[in-house]
Design a protein around this ligand. Structure first.
Ligand SMILES: [Zn+2]
Length: 149
């Protein structure tokens, strides 16, 4: 679990009952969210939703309906859960990252990816770093071939 999440209200994903904290075991049905389900559990809490949305979620769960949260809400839940800002990289940041990857080392790009791997910024960092890294490897191979001649 790691960090302690404090909120006033959360909804059990299985039975729809109220609980105080998103990631604890439900006192009514005994369900405890684990793995990726924790993202949904945090989403169904006062950390992400307002009181009226929570009540709506509770009604849906009690009717046995599946939750289909938007990507935006899921990203917000991930940001809360993993303590990362739910942000994307700006054009300028992407440009700087590409430059740093090309001039210094693609390890910088992978470091950014690791830092933001649960939110959109991480995907952006990986998308820009992977081709540059491939280019580095290609250049290194060509360099080795030219040396061996
Ligand atoms: Zn429950």
């Amino acid at each position: 679990m790691g960090r302690r999440l404090v909120e006033r209200r959360a909804i059990c994903l299985r039975c729809g009952d109220d609980k105080d904290v998103a990631l604890v075991r439900c006192r009514r049905c005994g369900h405890q969210p684990s793995g990726e389900e924790r993202e949904l559990a945090v989403l169904c809490s006062a950390l992400v939703l307002d009181p009226s949305q929570l009540t709506e979620v509770q009604h849906r769960l009690r009717r046995g309906e599946a939750l289909k949260p938007s990507v935006t809400l899921l990203n917000r839940a991930r940001a809360v859960l993993y303590g990362e800002p739910a942000r994307s990289l700006s054009r300028k940041e992407l440009g700087l990252l590409a430059l740093a990857n090309g001039v210094v080392t693609p390890l910088l790009g992978w470091a950014v990816w690791w830092r933001y791997r649960h939110v959109p910024a991480g995907r952006q960092a990986a998308l820009i770093t992977a081709p540059i890294h491939a280019l580095w490897v290609l250049l290194w191979v060509l360099f080795r071939i030219s040396l061996s001649r």
